[in-house]
Design a protein around this ligand. Structure first.
Ligand SMILES: Cc1cc2nc3c(=O)[nH]c(=O)nc-3n(C[C@H](O)[C@H](O)[C@H](O)COP(=O)(O)OP(=O)(O)OC[C@H]3O[C@@H](n4cnc5c(N)ncnc54)[C@H](O)[C@@H]3O)c2cc1C
Length: 377
């Protein structure tokens, strides 16, 4: 697939920055849940943080394809940072750009560009994950406010994001929509840290709303058809997430290739053993397939500005499964050292496994693809 000089330049700039400022954090340890948040803020220096924000609000107005290149490179160095960046590129701020009133755009978007604030995106509840139409967090009208009650869990940056885009059920019209809730709003509590197997830098946490008064102007979307519009935005998110799985896979492959060319077993380099060479060949082929799917989905944008459901779900499904296979193969190439914390392979495997939960489980993606097939068939 053709890549322009501008894309190559963007990739080089990001790679240089992440290798200098981000990779070593991930390598050192992944026990400090705040390191990825700090990494993400540092990307404001390169204008990467708000790169999808229109120029009118201080951003660079760049495309989903540009974002995919950046996320892929950041994920090679550190997947947690890439996931947080992905929320800022292709999730919450996109809702503001599409549905926010002018006052809301002018208030929040320039602050994101400068790295002053970061967003989370909160859909999941303790009893509602895949089935978003069953959400129970409510927003009840009261004068100039909506009063929000309910709990969200497993929210990336749940404990430290400055602004949360929260999916709610509006009690006045029973629609599912979303609104923005700022850190420190009375009645809003950011709960304890939720620890996962991998993606340790996500700073995941619970959000609790107990009579939380949210100004009406913070409502981004409500009314008939809102959930459908919100699900359409997921297509961009899924392509961004697919590129993160691609980046993790590329990192695992590059490390494996280097290792196979330096480690000697039975008086031969690993790469000269046919079993290992074929494994590396399989990894390379799989990565090329993943790359084509991601890039083609990121380029194939509808008039509304999003990739199609089929292309986006296919890219996410193939890449998140593929990353698990590839990091697993990398662990085989490395032998016991792959399982050791001395090398990054075990972290790649843990992160690849975590990426599958983001942006819709495989069953949800298969359902989306199946519904599309039924509709066109
Ligand atoms: C690292 C990490 C980060 C996360 N970050 C966020 C975040 O920032 N914001 C947020 O809102 N959430 C976040 N989540 C939550 C994530 O979105 C949910 O875990 C995911 O949507 C699945 O929901 P669940 O865990 O409740 O599983 P469930 O919905 O209970 O599903 C359980 C199992 O049933 C399967 N299943 C579900 N529906 C069907 C069906 N119709 N047919 C067949 N099988 C089905 C699922 O695939 C899954 O295997 C995060 C989770 C993780 C692990």
């Amino acid at each position: 697939m053709l890549r322009s000089n501008a894309h190559n330049m963007l990739r080089k700039t990001v790679t240089r920055f992440v290798n200098g400022e981000i990779a070593h954090h991930a390598r050192k340890d992944d026990l400090n849940p705040l390191y990825a948040l700090e990494n993400t803020k540092s990307l404001a220096k390169l204008k990467i943080l708000g790169m999808r924000v229109p120029q009118k609000y201080g951003g660079s107005g760049r495309s989903l394809f540009d974002s995919v290149i950046v996320l892929e490179e950041v994920a090679k160095a550190d997947a947690s940072t890439a996931v947080i960046l992905q929320v800022q590129h292709n999730a919450s701020p996109v809702y503001i750009m599409m549905f926010g009133e002018e006052k809301i755009k002018a208030k929040f978007l320039p602050q994101l560009v400068s790295g002053k604030i970061l967003f989370s995106m909160a859909q999941t509840e303790p009893n509602v994950g895949s089935s978003l139409n069953e959400l129970t967090t409510t927003a009840t009208p009261s004068g100039d406010y909506y009063v929000v009650n309910g709990n969200k869990c497993m929210i990336t940056m749940g404990r430290n994001a400055d602004v949360h885009l929260v999916y709610v059920r509006f009690e006045d019209d029973n629609s599912i929509g979303c609104l923005l809730i700022e850190k420190g709003t009375p009645g809003f509590y950011q709960g304890g840290h939720e620890d996962f197997l991998g993606l340790k830098g996500l700073d995941s946490g619970e959000l609790v709303f107990n009579g939380c008064k949210v100004p009406r102007e913070n409502v981004l979307l409500k009314g008939n058809g809102s959930l459908r519009k919100m699900l359409q935005l997921f297509n961009g998110t899924r392509v961004g997430l697919a590129s993160i799985s691609l980046g993790i896979s590329e990192a695992a492959f590059e490390e494996s290739l280097k290792y196979a060319k330096s480690r000697t077993v039975s008086r031969k380099l690993l790469i000269d053993h046919q079993g290992i060479r074929w494994k590396l060949a399989d990894m390379a082929v799989k990565i090329e397939c993943m790359r084509q799917l991601v890039y083609s989905a990121a380029r194939d944008i509808s008039e509304e500005g999003f990739p199609g459901i089929l292309a986006a779900s296919a890219a996410k499904l193939v890449c998140s499964d593929g990353a698990i296979d590839i990091t697993n193969m990398a662990m085989t190439v490395f032998g016991g050292y792959g399982y050791s914390k001395e090398f990054p392979i075990e972290r790649y495997l843990r992160d690849a496994r975590g990426a599958i939960f983001l942006g819709g489980m495989p069953a949800v993606l298969r359902n989306a693809i199946g519904s599309r097939l039924k509709a066109v068939g």
